[in-house]
Design a protein around this ligand. Structure first.
Ligand code: GSH
Length: 286
């Protein structure tokens, strides 16, 4: 990092900043092109991608289905590397241009929901599951959902960005965000010392919010950073992460709208429970 940079009086957008995603980063909101969204046959229409923020919602939907709720949904991929989050249809359902976003067409008027935490709460309330109704336990679950929403940008946008995606390795930001990420892992590790789940003994949307980020980090799936952050030292988080990872609905949730990696784990579009069997990329390409 050059230490001679002197910020100008007024920042202007003159060049992209380099690094992964630079081609889609921009300092203005709003749509860049016309692109109506597709509509499937189910009331719930999810537009997303299998990043940690997307996986939170697909895990919840698959858990709801597994528990017998009528939560059938269509899931459509938004190719953020190609700028699809700036298409007019997507911007209508999320003015912030980030996945995930949901449309509930089962209510009149149709309802849009954006921000993964808001989608988790909306679905948990709609189906009366994975979120207690008693004010005390409910406050505990919502506290952890909000903790996740506030904390993960330091992990993803901070640590992940500078450790994996930035055009060069700079010690200052990597140090700063590695320290904060490890502090957050320690928060979880202490909490999970005497509980099976993050908000108590029940599996809730707090676990579903936190697992795709911190659980997958401890399973070595995020940023290739397990060794660097010594995730093995957070034994309680690792145990919890492995327990959730073994759930069939979590495995299915990870597959939905996944566009890279093992073809057998990629289900680009999800319209029916049988798609996991018949429409993964290995089957479509084979
Ligand atoms: N706070 C948002 C964050 C969503 C988010 O950052 N989504 C990323 C993928 S994980 C995205 O769509 N990035 C595209 C972009 O920034 O242009 C949420 O939790 O829903």
């Amino acid at each position: 990092m050059t230490d001679s940079y002197e910020p100008p009086k007024v920042w202007t957008w003159e060049k992209d900043s380099g690094g992964q995603f630079a081609s889609t980063n921009r300092p203005i909101a709003g749509p860049t092109h016309d692109a109506p969204l597709p509509v499937g046959e189910h009331p719930l229409q999810l537009h997303s991608l299998a990043t940690p923020n997307g996986v939170k919602v697909t895990v919840l939907l698959e858990e709801l289905l597994e528990a017998g709720h009528d939560a059938e949904y269509d899931a459509w991929p938004i190719r953020i590397g190609d700028g699809a989050q700036f298409g007019s249809g997507f911007v209508e359902i999320n003015p912030n241009s980030k996945i995930p976003a949901l449309i509930d067409r089962g209510v009149a008027p149709h309802r849009r929901v954006f921000e993964s935490g808001a989608i988790l709460i909306y679905l948990a309330e709609k189906f009366g599951a994975f979120l207690p109704t008693d004010p005390g336990p409910r406050a505990e679950v919502l506290s952890w959902v909000m903790w996740q929403m506030g904390s993960a940008p330091f992990l993803g946008g901070g640590f992940g960005h500078f450790y994996s995606y930035a055009p060069e390795k700079w010690e200052y930001p990597i140090d700063r965000y590695a320290m904060e990420t490890k502090r957050q892992l320690d928060v979880l590790n202490r909490e999970l010392a005497d509980k099976t789940h993050i908000a108590g003994d029940d599996y809730t949307i707090a676990d579903m919010a936190i697992w795709p980020w911190y659980g997958q980090l401890c399973l070595g799936r995020l940023y290739d950073a397990a060794e660097f952050l010594d995730v093995a030292s957070y034994g309680n988080v690792v145990r919890w992460a492995e327990t959730l990872d073994a759930r069939p609905a979590v495995r299915r949730g990870r597959m939905v709208n996944k566009l890279n990696g093992d073809p057998a784990m990629q289900l680009h579009e999800r319209h029916d429970g049988s798609d996991f069997e018949h429409r993964t990329q290995d089957k479509l390409e084979g």
